[in-house]
Design a protein. Structure first.
Length: 89
């Protein structure tokens, strides 16, 4: 029996730099929808980071909801990566 490939997941977060508000989930999808989310992000010059563990955890968050406190540290790492990448451009 062959192993099935891991299901692709994409989750988009929105965070306004310097905002006291927690990041919120603005899009999420699996498989082909995940591929489309990533493609749209790249087409619009949105930085994409690959973090499958965080994506799986964020996939349980409802759209337009802030991320749970227990995911702040992991999300902060991704946001830091995005902000550094943006400032390098």
């Amino acid at each position: 029996m062959s192993e099935t490939p891991e299901r692709r997941i994409a989750v988009a977060m929105e965070y306004l730099e310097g905002s006291p508000e927690a990041p919120r989930v603005t899009a999420k999808g699996f498989g082909v929808m995940a591929d489309r989310i990533v493609a749209l992000a790249r087409e619009n010059d949105v930085t994409v980071d690959s973090n499958p563990i965080l994506a799986r955890a964020l996939a349980d968050v409802e759209l337009d909801q802030t991320i749970p406190v227990e995911l702040f540290e992991a999300a902060a790492e991704v946001i830091g990566f995005v902000l550094r990448a943006r400032h390098r451009l």
